[in-house]
Write a protein that binds this ligand. Structure first.
Ligand SMILES: [Zn+2]
Length: 114
C-alpha cells in the first residue's frame, strides 16, 4: 500500500513508520487513539513491540537473528510513546535508544514511493 507522507506508509494492519532504535518498520494498529496529525502525530497509549534481536552490518539486517550460546534467539523489546512527532523510548527497550527522545524519522530510501 502507498506512502501517506514522509513519515508513514499505509499497510493492511495500520500506519507503518521507521524505528531508529530497531532499524525497522513498526506498524501502529488503528485501534490506538490518534490525534489525526500526520505531520506531528500523537498516539495513545504507548506501543510495545516484541521481537527477536537481529544481526546488522552497516545498519542493514543480515537476515540472521542474534543467538545466545545455546543457539537460541534473544527476545527484544521496543516500547515507546509517540507524542507530537517525537518518539519517547521507555527504559525497557532493549536497543541503544532506550530512555531517549528522538524525532520521528522520515522513511528511509527503499520505503518511499518514487
Ligand atoms: Zn523499535
Amino acid at each position: 500500500m502507498g506512502q501517506v507522507n514522509r513519515f508513514f506508509r499505509n499497510t493492511v494492519s495500520g500506519l507503518a513508520h521507521w524505528c531508529p532504535g530497531c532499524e525497522e518498520i513498526h506498524i501502529l494498529p488503528p485501534s490506538w487513539e490518534f490525534d489525526g496529525n500526520l505531520e506531528c502525530p500523537t498516539f495513545k497509549p504507548s506501543f510495545l513491540h516484541s521481537m527477536h534481536k537481529r544481526e546488522f552490518v552497516n545498519h542493514k539486517w543480515t537476515g540472521e537473528w542474534t543467538r545466545d550460546a545455546e543457539g537460541k534467539t534473544i527476545p527484544a523489546i521496543c516500547h515507546y510513546n509517540l507524542i507530537a512527532g517525537q518518539l519517547h523510548f521507555h527504559a525497557d527497550c532493549t536497543h541503544a535508544l532506550k530512555s531517549t527522545v528522538v524525532p520521528l524519522p522520515i522513511l528511509p530510501e527503499g520505503l518511499t514511493d518514487v
